[in-house]
Design a protein around this ligand. Structure first.
Ligand code: FAD
Ligand code: ZN
Length: 472
């Protein structure tokens, strides 16, 4: 199976037309590089189909010619799943022209969108219908629904609304043999056999191409309250979460861990950010409540949660945003946390989950293990602890050589992942396996589970044309 050339490339061009065909190296470039420049690849061509039928024709031709194909959405993925390998034999299939909102059914609380719709545009379409589409992630201005589905994206509202898997009712998928599966059902109840759509969610483009989806909509919350809260330690944060959920009647919509070090990084490197509280404490959480019937409804409840937390010795300090601008300023501290790590030098990133109850133990043990390997490592452990998910990012000691530190990736990662596994956790909570963790996962998933995954892959894609070398 070599690269498609000459007449074969011509046949791909005939399917998508001149507007949907790119083989000029400079024009292909944005599709071949990952945003952090961790992965770079080559491709025979980038194809941008404008209809489901074109996607189907492309896959049929791939099947016939043995051409390997890499689906791509907004190219914001963090594990190299949407980037081709360096051989130049693959074709990239960009979904960006399939970007229509096909329908909104307000009474059914659903929106039907094509895979290439940018997440922020779907949020806006929901808003226009006085509804909420709750998926909220840092890359929402660029990532696409097809990519969100294929990575089962998470983000900062999973606590209340679930991840992408929970937000989908139906899918339209083009199978590797070119057949179109119309599974665009808007049903909340459908017990007619295996739930096939779930196979394609989180499959990272290895089983088929998602072309459209029916997504769930929710009532728009009338009030949103945001607070920055300093807590005694990580254990206190977990206790506070339980208390807040109970007191609010389950209206906690975000609960994000904000370590002092991470806030310091943001204040240093992200312009326009400010110290959130008068006192400085090691552990803080960004807490959001939403719901109610009118603006301000939940303010007394937030106040009550913080007071109860103080009385219980969990909360050391706290500030409740008094208006939307203050709330946005608090969120900016959270949203800047990934970017602010870059200027601090090398960072060895992990995206792990453990049961929420084991989170304090995980952070303590993993921090100790990393510092035993490289003394002076600065640990930035932040993010979605309400979901049992933390971005555990050791960053290099001050003054260390960046490359020297990054060379410790293997022993550090191994130690972190082993502790995660001991605590019943996962080594990829929200970013997927892609090519980054394809080998690593075989150490942690049972042989039975790996075998089932390979069998499913073999069944749907016997020729191995769909995003080969990723996931399994
Ligand atoms: P891509 O990167 O283009 O592709 C991702 C994978 O899906 C690839 O394997 C690709 O082959 C496959 N794929 C894409 N489209 C299709 C399709 N239509 N059919 C079949 N396969 C397809 N992720 C989170 O979960 N939570 C976060 O909080 C979060 N924050 C982020 C913040 C920043 C600043 C950045 C850069 C990334 C963040 N991410 C986060 C990761 C990333 O944004 C998500 O994984 C996102 O869902 C990827 O969408 P995409 O359209 O960019 O997909
Ligand atoms: Zn995240």
């Amino acid at each position: 199976m070599g690269a498609p050339q000459g007449r074969m490339l011509e046949r791909f061009r005939e399917i998508v037309g001149a507007r949907g065909f790119i083989d000029d190296p400079a024009a292909m470039e944005p599709h071949l590089v990952e945003w952090r420049d961790l992965y770079r690849g080559r491709a025979a061509a980038v194809l941008k189909p404008a209809s489901v039928e074109e996607v189907s024709a492309i896959l049929l031709l791939c099947q016939e010619s043995g051409t390997r194909i890499v689906p791509q959405g907004g190219n914001t993925g963090l594990v190299g799943g949407g980037i081709p390998f360096s051989g130049g034999e693959e074709v990239v299939l960009s979904l960006s022209r399939l970007n229509r909102v096909r329908a909104i059914d307000s009474a059914n609380d659903t929106i039907t969108v094509e895979a290439g719709c940018i997440l922020a545009n779907v949020q806006a379409a929901a808003e226009q219908a006085d509804r909420l589409f709750p998926l909220r992630i840092g890359s929402e201005g660029t990532c696409q629904i097809g990519g969100n589905l294929s990575t089962n994206a998470g983000g900062t509202a999973v606590l209340h609304y679930g991840n992408m898997r929970d937000l989908v009712l139906g899918l339209e998928v083009v199978l590797p043999d070119g057949r179109i599966w119309d599974g665009l059902r808007g049903l909340r109840k459908d017990n007619t056999g295996y739930d096939l759509k779930q196979l394609f969610i989180g499959a990272e483009g290895t089983l088929g191409v998602i072309t459209a989806a029916v997504l769930k909509l929710f009532p728009k919350p009338r009030d949103v309250q945001v607070a920055m809260v300093s807590v005694r330690d990580v254990e206190a944060a977990i206790e506070l979460l339980a208390m807040a959920k109970g007191t609010s009647g389950n209206q906690v919509t975000a609960f994000e861990l904000m370590p002092r070090l991470g806030i310091d990084y943001v204040l240093r490197h992200i312009p326009g950010t400010q110290e959130p509280l008068p006192s400085r404490h090691d552990w803080n959480v960004l807490m959001e409540l939403s719901g109610g019937k009118a603006a301000g409804d939940l303010a007394p409840m937030m106040q009550a949660i913080l007071e109860a937390g103080m009385e219980a010795g969990l909360v050391l300090d706290g500030a409740i945003a008094q208006n939307a601008a203050q709330a946005a300023a608090l969120w900016r501290l959270r949203d800047g946390m990934s970017e602010a790590q870059k200027p601090e030098g090398g960072s060895i990133k992990h995206d792990i989950s453990v049961p929420v109850s084991r989170m304090p133990e995980f952070i303590a043990r993993a921090s100790e293990a990393v510092r035993a390997i490289v003394p002076g490592t600065r640990i930035v452990a932040f993010g979605h602890i309400g979901d049992g998910n933390v971005h555990f990012n050791p960053s290099q000691p001050v003054g260390a050589d960046k490359q020297w530190f990054l060379d410790q990736w293997q022993p550090i990662s191994r130690a972190v992942h082993d502790i995660c596994a001991e605590l019943g956790g996962s080594i990829s909570a929200e970013h997927g396996l892609g090519r980054m963790k394809r080998e690593e996962i075989t150490r942690y998933k049972s042989a039975v589970e790996m075998d089932l995954m390979r069998q499913i892959k073999g069944l749907l894609d016997p020729k191995g044309i769909m995003n080969p070398g990723k996931v399994v």
